[in-house]
Design a binder for this molecule. Sequence first.
Ligand code: 0CJ
Ligand code: F3S
Length: 324
Amino acid sequence: MNAPLPRETAIGGQRPLTVLVAAPRGFCAGVDRAIEIVERALERFGPPVYVRHEIVHNRFVVDGLKAKGAVFVEELDMVPDGVPVVFSAHGVPKSVPAAAEERGLSYLDATCPLVSKVHRQAERQVQAGRHIVFIGHRGHPEVIGTFGQVPDGAMTLVERLEDVATLEFADNTPLAFLTQTTLSVDDTAAIVAALKQRFPDIVGPKAEDICYATSNRQAAVKAIAPDCDLVLVIGAPNSSNSVRLVEVAERSGTPAQLIGRASDIAPEWLEDVDTVGVTAGASAPETLVREVVERLASWRQVEEHTHVAAEERMIFKLPRQLAE
Ligand code: 0CJ
Ligand code: F3S
């Protein structure tokens, strides 16, 4: 970690710096639950507890759990026999729990309940005879997990608005759309509108499946970005919801940087900056937010304000095996 510059030598060091902290930010109910599942599994079964994929897309969370005895692997066949395994918050294809059962592995499913809800909708639409247009990012584990709820060929991926014009289905194919939970609210609304225009009979959820936490974090960035010269988003490059926050700030006309932690901030970014916004993706711990504000305060005289765009009170129950 780079040592903070002394305040008098830091760029813009003589000027005060207003820090606008967005709220809501950071951990959502699904992330709280997923981390607690791994922690409780470690307490109950003792280490090692295996976790398939990063439990959430954050290195600090993963490293913290590794230190307590969790072992992270990408595929189930890397889990030794007789050891408990947790599935990540992003969800898994049906083939994964099926393979665990076949091997007699005990598993805990940390899939966010809001992702599981999309899984059930996908199954229901296919049972109702509809082909699904799924809006999401290719290769993301949530997309792989949701595709894995239905037979091959039952779902078509749409990533961008331009893709809608290229969709080809046999005449009178009944259609439904579903979405990944961590998408851009604005981009998705445009894609859904284009789908409805091209396929007027397409059915879908009342609101798209973007989760409350993703929507609220984007709304909070929209609220602060116009007053900021720079927005810092704490999150990982493979964290879909975090990357969307950078886009939201940039589309408001404010430059933004995705950072893993405070030491990633280049002091020259603060040149000509009087107000900096700070937020964190749903998988980024609050300690990293405090670390960022403290680093800024080591360079400049900081005045910190929190802007609350929405209140969140969501809590998800633990799986039955761990509830008591
Ligand atoms: O997919 C989810 C259920 C969100 C989990 C929390 O965020 P993160 O960063 O692990 O995952 P995304 O890449 O999906 O945002
Ligand atoms: Fe779930 Fe949304 Fe968080 S889908 S894990 S509540 S980002």
